[in-house]
Every structure is written in structure tokens, then in C-alpha cells.
Design a protein around this ligand. Structure first.
Ligand SMILES: N[C@@H](CCC[C@H](N)C(=O)O)C(=O)O
Length: 278
């Protein structure tokens, strides 16, 4: 299986574009490829596939073998892969994902894609759509118990995949590896959740640390950054256009008041090409 190692702000993927459909035993393949000691080492295994609804289709499998509906950083990598490999000559590409159709605008410099703006779609806020076991049109600053003893409050956002966003005074006081898995698997989230802790510097500038469903801590999460801005607006912490600092770098996020869609802009990087011996 030929693959290309890519990353978006250090959120890294093995990208495969040679199949018409995903291989059998894909969960095992994903776990093996993503293993950082015995495999390639990646947060996810990404397949670029043909689509009847869009220019291409993306499917992404987390490091634990589970499939996710959405991955903002992988979508940018797919855009770069498609253009740089010659699979498309267009600088606007549509992609079918588990979260619906997404439109990618590619920034080309010296013949290669360096940045991508992705229309990440409309956030879903109703409790049942995230999904959470709670009820209501929105779940905003709802208390959640962990073994940390801290009285955390989360805001639930779906960008196609579930997110629990928690605003804190100081990120350095959060033991992410302790509380992250507790919230990821909390009974409120029947399909588990991604977890974002956020420190607000100004209404247009925040830092977030992320614990991802099916991966653990990653250096960046595109759908997470989008969720942070949606939660920031709902809670009054941020404006609609925000620079989100992550451990791997920065994303520019806009939650448009005009069309209710979230736009994410950031880089995508190709590291190397290789062959996985199945
Ligand atoms: N890193 C991603 C999200 C990847 C999927 C996530 N772990 C999930 O299971 O929902 C991003 O950049 O959005």
C-alpha cells in the first residue's frame, strides 16, 4: 500500500490514494500503520476515494481503528495531495466526507499548495445531534464531573464529529492526560467525544489543547478549533473571527454570521512517500 506521510500543524496522517474502496480489515490496518513504535506512526489513516457526489471522497480512521466523520487537518492535507500529485488542476475542490460535502480553496505557491481554506459546514448544536445524552437545542456551559476535582463546564458542538469545549483560566493547570480520557468516554457522550481545553487571551486570540477521540493528545485538531470558536461565540468568550493557537501552530477560524458556516484556514505539509508492506 503506497502512502504519503503528511501533517497539518503536526496532526499527522498516512494518506492513501490508490484504492477504489477501503481495504478489508481496515481497523487493523489503521491501528498497525498508526502505531508509533511498530508502524509508520500517525494520528490517522486517510483514504482518498472516488465519489459520485463530489470531486473526491475522504474517509479517515483514527489511530485506534475507529472511523471518524470529520477531520479538518486531514481535509487540508487531502487538498494538497490532490493538487500536488496532479489528481486535480483545480484550486477549488469538493470533498465528500462523513460530515457532508466540503469545499476546499487551495493557495498555490511555486506550483504547490501551501495553505487551504475549508468550508467546514454548519455546526450542529442540538444535544441529540452532537450527540450527547442531555436534552435541549444547545448544551452550553454544562457541568461535567471528572476525578480531577475541578468543576469543569463544557459546551457541546458537532462539526460532523462531537466536541466538548471547556474554557479554563490557565491551560497549565489542566492535566490533559488525566481528564481527557475521562471526558472522552463520559456517559454524556454515546459516541465518545473530542475534548478541547481553551485559554482565552483576547476575544480574537485563544490557545487550545486537545484530547482526541480515538487518538489521545494530538498537536492540533481542525474540527476542534472550529468548535472552540462556535463555543466561544455561544458563551461570549470570543468573536466570530479568531486565531486559534495549538501545540503544532495556528489556525484562522471564522464562524460566518452571514451563512452560519465555519471556515478554517491553515497549512498542509507533505513529509515523505513510502510503501506499507501489508
Ligand atoms: N484531528 C482531526 C479530527 C480527527 C477525528 C477525531 N479524532 C474524531 O474521532 O472525531 C481534525 O483535525 O479535525
Amino acid at each position: 500500500m503506497k502512502f504519503t506521510k503528511m501533517h497539518g500543524l503536526g496532526n499527522d496522517f498516512a494518506v492513501v490514494a490508490e484504492f477504489l474502496s477501503i481495504p478489508e480489515q481496515v481497523a487493523t490496518v489503521a491501528k498497525n500503520v498508526c502505531d508509533r513504535h511498530f508502524g509508520v506512526g500517525a494520528d490517522g489513516l486517510v483514504f482518498i476515494l472516488p465519489s459520485e457526489q463530489a470531486d473526491f471522497r475522504m474517509r479517515i480512521f483514527n489511530a485506534d481503528g475507529t472511523e471518524s466523520e470529520q477531520c479538518g487537518n486531514a481535509v487540508r492535507c487531502v487538498g494538497k495531495y490532490l493538487y500536488d500529485s496532479g489528481m486535480t488542476t483545480a484550486t477549488q475542490v469538493t470533498l465528500q466526507t462523513g460530515a457532508g460535502l466540503q469545499t476546499l480553496d487551495l493557495v498555490v505557491e511555486n506550483g504547490v499548495v501551501t495553505r487551504v481554506t475549508v468550508d467546514m459546514g454548519e455546526p450542529k448544536l442540538a444535544a441529540a445531534e452532537v450527540p450527547t445524552t442531555l436534552v435541549g437545542e444547545q448544551v452550553v456551559q454544562h457541568p461535567i464531573e471528572t476525578q480531577s476535582g475541578q468543576p469543569y463546564k463544557f459546551t457541546a458542538v458537532s462539526m460532523g464529529n462531537p466536541h466538548a469545549v471547556i474554557f479554563v483560566e490557565a491551560l497549565e493547570e489542566v492535566d490533559l492526560h488525566h481528564v481527557g480520557p475521562q471526558i472522552e468516554t463520559h456517559a454524556y457522550f454515546p459516541r465518545k467525544t473530542n475534548v478541547e481545553f481553551v485559554e482565552v487571551h483576547t476575544p480574537t486570540d485563544v490557545t487550545m489543547h486537545v484530547w482526541e477521540r480515538g487518538c489521545g493528545e494530538t498537536l492540533a485538531c481542525g474540527s476542534g478549533a472550529c468548535s472552540v470558536v462556535v463555543a466561544g461565540v455561544l458563551t461570549g468568550h470570543t468573536e466570530r473571527e479568531v486565531t486559534v493557537h495549538l501545540k503544532g501552530g495556528d489556525l484562522q477560524i471564522v464562524w460566518s454570521a452571514a451563512d452560519n458556516r465555519v471556515y478554517m484556514t491553515g497549512p498542509a505539509v507533505k513529509v515523505y512517500e513510502a510503501t506499507w508492506l501489508l
